[in-house]
Design a protein around this ligand. Structure first.
Ligand SMILES: [Zn+2]
Length: 164
């Protein structure tokens, strides 16, 4: 693979790094927000880049966004690789947005490990692309299509599990 071309593969999920499934992002540009980034004098949660650009920070959407970013190991027919999966694709696996999952996980603290169990062994057709930025280490999943007909997104399986 050279340049920024992408490959489509069939693979099985081996494990998900469930300790870090979501992150806080600037509501404007979606850059990662550090927890301590907003100073007390600044109630808006836009990042320092957006803050300096705009004199009128968005009022209604002033809270940070929570987005998915997950690292997972997948097995192809020849090798095991670690890939990173961002919000749009992660929603396919989870069946909900990051905020919804985060709130669910607050009520059910074992949701992380459970998600790992739920998704382990699921087969997907994934399209992977090489990171465009030099500092990104992992191949990025640009699309994931479940191969199993009865595939249930993680949040559905979790809700069923907790209903028992
Ligand atoms: Zn920003």
């Amino acid at each position: 693979m050279e340049g920024d071309e992408s490959t489509t593969i069939m693979c099985t999920i081996l494990a998900i790094d469930y300790a870090n499934l979501t992150y806080k992002a600037c509501p404007v540009c979606e850059r990662t927000q550090l927890d301590s980034s907003s100073s007390p004098s600044n109630l808006s949660s836009v990042c320092k880049f957006c803050d300096s650009k705009s004199l009128n920070p968005p009022s209604s959407s002033s809270s940070f966004k929570r987005l998915f970013r997950l690292l997972m190991s997948i097995a192809t027919d020849t090798k095991v690789i670690t890939v990173v999966c961002f919000d749009r694709v992660a929603r396919v696996l989870f069946g909900c947005c990051a905020d919804e999952f985060f709130d669910f996980a607050k009520l059910h603290p074992l949701s992380g490990p459970k998600v790992n169990e739920i998704l382990e062994g699921e087969m997907f057709t994934m399209t992977l692309s090489k990171p465009k930025k030099g500092n990104a280490r992992h191949l990025r999943v640009v699309s994931a299509i479940p191969l199993r007909t009865g595939f249930k997104p993680a949040i559905e399986a979790l809700r069923e599990y907790h209903r028992r």
